[in-house]
Design a binder for this molecule. Structure first.
Ligand SMILES: Nc1ncnc2c1ncn2[C@@H]1O[C@H](COP(=O)(O)OP(=O)(O)OP(=O)(O)O)[C@@H](O)[C@H]1O
Length: 801
């Protein structure tokens, strides 16, 4: 990093005579430092503050300028060992300051070696995700601001060639594994033979994510003689397996091993039993009750994240919404993390791409909507709150079938968690709204179907069957809770089933349910399906909330066959309630007549006005006449209109007309009629589905083209450094919508503050609420924070200068 002290010659003094002096002084400093480090006994260190350690002036100044004074436990233990050159394997709770525990030794060891740009790459820091890599780079930039090393980010994205030139001049690289290996294999000028240190942050995750072979291959390229540091929030056997990274007599530093819990003591952890089909209701109710909070919600797949995000944006719970998953474009991901970091009140829906290492300031709540795959993932997720001795709360939503299994796993990992209940009075159902939204918006319906399938698949592929048991889950009700009219096809019978599932055509709800029931051994659901053959009327009844059809059905079952009159009346009733002006409508013919007959207040002599297809309206004043001349306004008197079908004789019929029993019998046996009806409907749905799909495809194509155009434009602007992409760094299953939307919040009118949200949990105390309020006041440094990837790139390229 370019030293701010370097090259800043005092006015009036020639610059060159100072250089030898400075170099001499630096050399003396280094000798003195070496001596102090040699005298340091890591096992007897009682240092509490960074000032107690033998650190160089640039590091000490960087720490001071970043307001770091007292060391955390893991820092106090690891830094002395690492300063002395030992290989370390550090495990400490989330948010305990592991990043500085390796960055300080990185800077110090290069400084003491008097590393220059001519010496090439000295340190490689590997992170499992791009976001974490960026975050590490950011901390490095802060604490290393007074050093003069060149540091860079290599996380994929830009063309290899752009990156290749610069790599050779880097001293410290923060990278994701995939892109780094690509460079090692393809960039001839990239020399790693001089490497002094290798750091793996979130080492267990790097191994979890299927990067083993990549990391093995990277290590193959590196010199054997080097220092290696591994860090993780959970010390698992897998991390120990990393011995194959050729650690030399590593020091195991497990700071919180003896602690009674493996999560921070400032974290309150609860779980709620919510049947799968009620999870979204619970989440929505929770958000409504906590609109003045910063909330991180974890889901198990990118598709679910998208569905919940999109549908909640429509529902507007009153808190700004964001979403983050692996298939978003890097700039969008960065934008989201920056927005969520800066937000005071916000809710971020995310996959586990955000579970580890990310340091969002002042998160109040971590909600796990989907059960984590294991206790480690749970610990990492909840670790996004209650960081560095701050308070935080975590809530895990569990289906009854998951309770026993996951609680056992959490107990084994010393996670203290208690059950709480949701206040029933606060529980709100959004099922009808979701149904309505999916009915009206084919794209949302499509995302919902994908979300359903990806959830089922995520449960199906879980290894821990004590927790995850697909057969125990009420999948049909779950599909309905997402607003889907039927259960999308699910078949996991053999190895290629997932692929088949992905490509499975969407089908008529009833028939796909039948197919779903074919699942081996699913006797229960098969029985259910048999009973539940639904007619078009049943389906209409289910859609009762959906305006026209619902009204119509209601009328039909109430035996009201004068549809047009009923429609007009309904229109009048609604209008009456809504709008003053529309009281004119009340003066329909019938009303006037009644008033006159009944001897009500004298009514001026009416004139008749009619609109095409509408009831006659009587005008009793000039003002009304003027108003009614407006075509737009007249439309309101037309009512909703009624759809009619004409038979062969030209007689009009209501579209859903009930036949009498005799007619019905004439048409043949009920069974045959039913299957004929099902077939016809199936065809109809297929056609409608094809149209829907086409629509979605077109929209996608449009989006893709826009994205491409944007990317081209960005490329043309030609920002400097090398960064991003190319690394499949999380499970990201989605097709990826890169948009970053913030749902409109409820507007707060000045002088009328938004009503404070009511508490959601039964056991919430007033204290708790106050605590949450106080916690939001975290200090964020205001010194030229880079907000986008481009800012970071510009900075990094500055370092190269
Ligand atoms: N010595 C310190 N003094 C004050 N704040 C610190 C100190 N060390 C770290 N922090 C702050 O604590 C927070 C957590 O640090 P960090 O991200 O390094 O934790 P971590 O152990 O890596 O967490 P995770 O396991 O979740 O990745 C950061 O906001 C960081 O700025």
């Amino acid at each position: 990093m370019v030293s701010k002290l370097d090259g800043r010659a005092r006015p009036g003094k020639p610059r060159h005579p100072r250089k030898p002096l400075k170099r001499k002084r630096d050399a003396e400093d280094v000798v003195a430092l070496e001596q102090q480090v040699a005298n340091l006994d890591p096992r007897e260190v009682s240092a509490k503050d960074f000032a107690d350690l033998p650190l160089s002036q640039p590091t000490a100044s960087g720490l001071e300028a970043s307001h770091f004074k007292t060391m955390t436990d893991v820092q106090a233990k690891v830094i002395p060992l690492a300063l002395k050159g030992a290989d370390c394997l550090g495990a400490a709770k989330t948010g305990s300051g592991k990043t500085l525990a390796f960055l300080i030794p990185v800077l110090e060891n290069l400084y003491r070696k008097r590393w220059t740009s001519m010496d090439g790459l000295g340190v490689l820091i590997i992170s499992p995700t791009r976001e974490l890599a960026i975050q590490i780079f950011d901390v490095l930039r802060k604490v290393g601001r007074y050093h003069s090393f060149a540091a860079g980010l290599v996380i994929g994205g830009k063309s290899l060639r752009e990156e290749q030139e610069r790599l050779g001049r880097m001293n410290i690289l923060v990278c994701t594994p995939g892109r780094m290996l690509q460079h090692m294999d393809q960039t001839a000028s990239f020399d790693v033979n001089n490497l002094q240190m290798l750091v793996l942050d979130e080492a267990d995750r790097i191994m979890d994510m299927g990067f083993q072979t990549t990391v093995d291959a990277i290590v193959e390229h590196l010199p054997k003689e080097r220092q290696t540091l591994l860090f993780s929030a959970t010390q698992t056997r897998k991390v120990s397996d990393l011995a194959r990274l050729s650690l030399r007599e590593p020091e195991y530093v497990s700071v919180h091993e003896a602690a009674s819990s493996s999560t921070p003591s400032t974290l309150q952890q609860h779980y709620v039993i919510t049947p799968l089909p009620e999870k979204l209701d619970t989440l929505y109710s929770f958000l409504r009750s906590n609109i003045k909070s910063k909330i991180l919600v974890f889901l198990s797949s990118g598709k679910q994240v998208r569905f919940v995000y999109e549908s909640f944006c429509h529902l507007q719970p009153g808190i700004p919404l964001l979403h983050l998953h692996g298939k978003q474009k890097q700039t969008a991901r960065l934008d989201v993390t920056a927005k969520f970091s800066a937000a005071k009140y916000s809710c971020l829906f995310a996959t586990d791409v955000a579970a580890r290492g990310l340091d969002f300031p002042a998160v109040d709540w971590v909600i796990q909507l989907d059960c984590p795959e294991d206790a480690e993932t749970y610990i990492h997720r909840v670790g996004r709150t209650a960081r560095f001795e701050r308070n935080g709360r975590a809530v895990l939503l569990l289906d009854p079938s998951e309770e026993e299994g996951i609680l056992k796993r959490l107990a084994q990992k010393k996670v203290p968690i208690e059950r709480i209940k949701v206040r029933q009075s606060k529980q709100q159902s959004i099922k009808n709204q979701l149904q309505n939204m999916c009915f009206k918006d084919p794209e949302l319906k499509y995302i919902g179907q994908k979300a359903f399938v990806s959830y089922v698949r995520s449960v199906h592929v879980q290894k821990d069957k004590e927790i995850f048991n697909l057969r125990e889950l009420p999948l049909e009700e779950f599909a309905a809770s997402l607003g889907l009219a039927g259960t999308p096809k699910i078949k996991f019978l053999n190895g290629d089933s997932v692929k088949r599932l992905k490509n499975a055509p969407r089908d008529l709800p009833s028939s796909s349910e039948d197919e779903g029931a074919e699942e081996k051994g699913d006797e229960k659901s098969r029985g259910k399906k048999k009973e539940a053959v639904r007619t078009k009327y049943d389906r209409m009844f289910e859609r009762r909330n959906q305006d026209v059809l619902a009204d119509h059905y209601k009328k039909m079952i109430e035996g009201d066959d004068d549809d047009e009159v009923a429609d007009v009346d309904d229109g009048l009733r609604d209008a009456d309630e809504d709008d003053d002006f529309l009281t004119v409508k009340r003066r329909g013919y019938a009303d006037d007549l009644a008033e006159q007959i009944g001897g009500a207040a004298p009514v001026p002599k009416p004139r008749l006005v009619t609109a095409v297809g509408a009831e006659p309206i009587f005008i009793d004043s000039k003002r009304r006449e003027k108003l009614l001349k407006s075509k737009k306004k007249l439309l309101k008197f037309k009512g909703k209109g009624t759809k009619l079908v004409f038979d062969d004789d030209g007689n009009a019929h209501a579209i859903y007309e009930l036949e009498d029993e005799g007619q019905f019998r004439e048409q043949g046996p009920a069974e045959i009629q039913r299957s004929k009806f099902v077939e016809e409907e199936k065809e109809r749905v297929k056609v409608a589905d094809a149209v829907d799909k086409q629509l979605v495809r077109e929209k996608k194509r449009e989006r893709k083209e826009k994205r491409k155009a944007r990317e081209m434009a960005e490329r043309e602007i030609g920002d400097e450094m090398h960064v991003e992409l190319g690394t499949p760094d999380d499970e990201g299953l989605d097709d990826g919508d890169d948009s970053v939307k913030v749902a409109p919040r409820r507007v707060e009118v000045e002088g009328h503050p938004q009503k404070r949200a009511k508490k959601w949990f039964e056991d919430d105390s007033e204290d708790g609420a106050k605590r949450v309020k106080k916690r939001t006041g975290r200090i964020i440094e205001a010194t030229e924070e880079p907000e986008t990837l481009e800012d970071l790139e510009a900075l990094a390229s500055g370092l190269l200068g």
